[in-house]
Design a protein around this ligand. Structure first.
Ligand SMILES: NS(=O)(=O)c1c(F)c(F)c(SCCc2ccc(C(=O)O)cc2)c(F)c1NC1CCCCCCC1
Ligand SMILES: [Zn+2]
Length: 232
């Protein structure tokens, strides 16, 4: 049961038991340094385990890292699509189930991981929260480069409204593609400016030194899986 998938809104199932996502510990002080890394496939912000999902899932999950998927000047680059529509980009905040001792142990269990996903679209204004990451992309242009960024409110990278989302069981979208992810895909999208999107898609190089662009996996078959919706 692989990810990403196309979410056909007409075939989702309204599930009123799906509660609003609750985040705790996401607001980090500026004196807390976080590592931002170009790993040749995406830009990754390592997150302290003090960030936790405390609502909206049956169990508690703690943060591991967040990263982005984007396109190129020739087209959008979200991983999930809605009614066949691909958004400009997508953020993934990866967490592991605290009933397991470590991320490594959790990532091979069907309930081991929770990824919060939100779409990024282009709008008229700069997004100051995404700018906290984009400010440092020039410093990690090459594969393997890292830079320390000051802490900030990581929740500001996700929609204000964490009540409306799709939920389905799937996988990591990069090898080893373990089928360990309980996905949350928010209905509300994030807006960043055209200049910010250009910076995102033009700053990084991959392990071959070529532009790191369109780093999204192809849509995978649902194989009869149901996609739940926390809203009607
Ligand atoms: N959408 S996703 O969550 O499946 C995902 C991707 F699609 C990804 F493309 C990635 S990056 C590719 C995997 C990778 C490569 C190099 C390094 C390194 O040198 O540090 C690290 C990781 C990527 F890191 C992730 N997330 C990772 C899954 C792979 C390994 C465990 C780390 C946490 C989540
Ligand atoms: Zn991802």
């Amino acid at each position: 049961m692989q990810s990403p998938i196309n979410i056909n809104m007409a075939s989702t199932i309204f599930s009123p038991h799906l509660r609003a996502i609750q985040l705790s510990g996401y607001s980090l002080p500026a004196n807390e340094r976080l590592k931002l890394r170009n790993n040749g496939h995406t830009v990754v912000l390592e997150l302290p385990q003090s960030l936790a999902i405390t609502g909206g899932y049956a169990q508690q999950y703690r943060a591991v890292q967040l990263h982005l998927h984007w396109g190129a000047t020739t087209g959008p680059g979200s991983e999930h699509t809605i009614n066949g529509h691909r958004f400009a980009a997508e953020i993934h905040v990866v967490h592991y189930n605290t009933k397991y001792d470590s991320f490594k142990e959790a990532m091979v269990q069907p309930d081991g991981l929770a990824v919060l996903a939100a779409f990024l679209e282009m709008g008229p204004r700069d997004n100051p929260y995404y700018q906290e990451l984009l400010d440092h992309m020039q410093q990690i242009q090459r594969d393997g480069e890292e830079v320390w960024v000051p802490g900030f409110n990581i929740a500001s990278l996700l929609p204000v409204n964490l009540k409306y989302y799709y939920r389905y069981n799937g996988s990591l979208t990069t090898p080893p593609c373990y089928q360990a992810v309980r996905w949350t895909v928010f209905n509300q999208t994030m807006m960043i400016s055209r200049d910010q999107m250009l910076k995102l898609i033009t700053s990084l190089r991959n392990d071959d030194g070529k532009p790191l662009q369109s780093n999204y996996r192809q849509i995978q078959s649902l194989h009869g899986r149901r996609v739940l919706a926390s809203f009607q």
